[in-house]
Structures are given as C-alpha cells and as structure tokens.
Ligand binder design. Sequence first.
Ligand SMILES: *[C@@H]1O[C@H](CO)[C@@H](O)[C@H](O)[C@H]1NC(C)=O
Ligand SMILES: *[C@@H]1O[C@H](CO)[C@@H](O)[C@H](O)[C@H]1NC(C)=O
Length: 408
Amino acid sequence: MRATSAVLTALTALSAYYVYSPLPSTVSEPWKLMLLDATFRCAQDLSNLAHYFGFSHHLRVLNFVSSYFDKLDPVSSEHLKVTDTVFDGVEVRIFEPKRGFDKNLKKAIVYIHGGGWALGSARMRSYDSLCRKISEDVNAVVVSIEYRLVPDVHFPEQLNDALAATKYFLLPEVLAEYSIDPLRIAVSGDSAGGNLAAAVCQQLALDSSVTTKVKLQALIYPVLQVLDFNTPSYQQNMDMPILSRFVMIKFWLDYLNGSHSFAHSMLVNNHTSLDLSETISLRELLNWNSLLPPSFKKNYKPVLQSQGTDKIISEVPALLDLRASPLIAKKESLQLLPKTYILTCEHDVLRDDGTMYAKRLEEAGVDVTHDHYEDGFHGCMLFATWPTYFSVGARTRDGYVKWLNENL
Ligand SMILES: *[C@@H]1O[C@H](CO)[C@@H](O)[C@H](O)[C@H]1NC(C)=O
Ligand SMILES: *[C@@H]1O[C@H](CO)[C@@H](O)[C@H](O)[C@H]1NC(C)=O
C-alpha cells in the first residue's frame, strides 16, 4: 500500500514536472497550453526513442502516429463537395462550396499546411476542418496541397510540389473547369506552409509563363529566414511552447538536409558571422534594428559573431537560398508581390520573421495588413475547436477569414 502510494506520488511529481513549464501570464490560457505542449513533447520524446532504437526516422514515427489517428477521407457535406485529386503529380484536397453560384465565377484559395516541412497533412483533422471552415465562411474553393515531406524529400522539393500544384491550378483551362474567377485567387499557408506560400508567390511573380496573377497572399505566423536565430522574438521565446528555438533550428536543418551537429553553432549565428562575405549583405536585408518597432526590440542585442563556422554554409549552401528564406528577396522582387496579410503572435519565435517581412513589403510599396496577437502563440490558429479550444485560436482564425472576405 505504502509502496503504491510512494510510486503514485513519484509519478504525479514526475508528470507535474513534465507538464509544468513556466509561461508568461499574458499568453492565452497558460495551463491549457502547458498540457498541449506536454502532449507534443511526449510524442516527440517517444518518437526520438523509437529513432534511437533504430525502428525508424523520428519524423516518420511522429507523422505515422499523428496521421494514423487523424487522417480523414474526403467527406462531402450539405455545404461542401470535398474531393482528393492530383495536380501535375502532386496530391491535393479540394473543398468546393455548393451554395449560391449559378452563373457567377468562384473565388479560390490555395492553402499550404504547416508542420516544419516534415509533419502535417491536408488530410489531417486539424487542416481538413480549417479548410472546410475557410471554404464555407469565405465561400471560396480551397485547394489544400499535400506536398511531400522530410525525410522522404528535402529542400527544394516541398517548394517544387507546392509550386507545381499552384501553377497547374492557375492554368486557364483548370480554372475554367472549377469555375474560378482568375482575378480572385489567394495563396495562403501557416508556419512552414507560410514559408512555402511566400516562396510560391515570389516564384510566380518572376515566372512569365504564368498568365494568371495571384490577387492576395495571406501568411499565418510564417517562417521566413534561416540566417538569424537571435531576433528579439527568438531570444524572448526560445523556450515557448509549442515551438522552441532549438526545435525550429532542427526543422530547418532537416528541410535543408544539413547535419543536426550544426544546430548549436547556428544557435549563436555562427553560420552568418562577419568573416563570411556571402552572408554580410544578406544579414543587412534582415537587420532587425531598423525593421522592428521599439516595442519588439526591447533591450535585446543583435548577435553577430566576428568569427564563425564556415563549414556550415559550405556543407549546407541552401542556407543562402532565397527560395528557403523569402525575407531576403531583393526589393525589386518584393515590388511584384500581391496585397498581403501577415499574422504574428507575441509568444512565438517567428514573430519577427513575419513582422520584418511586413515592413520590407511595405517599404517596397505593397499593401500590407499586419495583425499581431498579444496573447497568441505559435500554431494557435489550429486550436479553435474542442477539445483544444483557445480563445486566441478562434480570434486569429476569425480575423484571417474576415480579411479574406473583405479582400478576395
Ligand atoms: C542529404 O544528405 C545526405 C548526407 O549528407 C546525402 O547522402 C543525401 O544524398 C542528401 N540528400 C539530398 C536529397 O540531397
Ligand atoms: C563559433 O565559432 C567560433 C569561431 O570559429 C568557435 O570558436 C565557437 O566555438 C563556435 N561556437 C559554437 C557554439 O559552435
């Protein structure tokens, strides 16, 4: 009896320790977020364990577990026709509203899901329901792209998939097949999907073979650069759930097919030090001292090493590729981009990626709406329904839908 209670006490203490992570009181529903974070960490730890014992790649395990419980068939409803099909070799899930069209052409949104280029799926419950909601509320056709993931493919394949599917959809004959108005098309995505959406829009703007112009881009807490892991938001939120700085760096290294052994050097910006001539001009394009407002900069100091680790750039040259870091595109390219919506969250390492992009686009003359959520955390827009309801989740989603309704 006594032994059982001792074990129980120990287990309780252990799980409390596992669950408890101090969070600022300004974040939306901190206790719920701690629980959510503990669930994710537990899944991560278990998949790392499986990886360690040689069962499978940890990302494959994680993806298997999440999709096994969570992948949905395309189910139509009273309001929506939902189908899975293939666009130029890339799988997509299409949500078509049934009501109120007759002879009118429809609006469309190309949606690219998040998950660190390694996780998530257009078929996953969370993205399936988000796209249903967007499709119904905006009354638009949503094309959700099922691009291939790490570890099956690395950069630039995820982008190539997203770009190929989008370009196929933009072909006049395909738009006609779905009765889409070519003047009312948006490209959107969250997190790593926001990175792909931003890169897709930049590539499309430069591609003279594409005759249909995208009207809007909408980026939800996007990842936009891999050169500075010490922006004020990376410093402020380095241990914030559900995306810590170290986990973000590992997602980047997996995407760019670099060794995890570089992660600690990249933490101190050793990959973009002053002795590496290639990186100096690029770092200037994301000089947060001039791009961020004082309320974001606070007292954080830039981290610029005079000497770094040159091996990193030579082994992972994609670190300098603007298709991976849309934030470092030249002003001349940014000028070609469509009207933009950017959503950022205060408690997110990626807050400043999105904020700097909003500023650079504005400086290039693009019409930008930047919505910043003071109590938001990374990924919150997916948590807008029971059992993982957060008020900030519902507010971010509703604000995004409202902007699409007003602008598409
Ligand atoms: C990724 O890196 C590994 C090890 O460096 C290499 O063997 C492999 O060919 C690379 N894969 C791609 C797609 O570049
Ligand atoms: C960063 O680079 C310097 C100079 O090469 C080196 O001394 C230092 O150990 C590196 N730091 C990390 C964390 O790799």
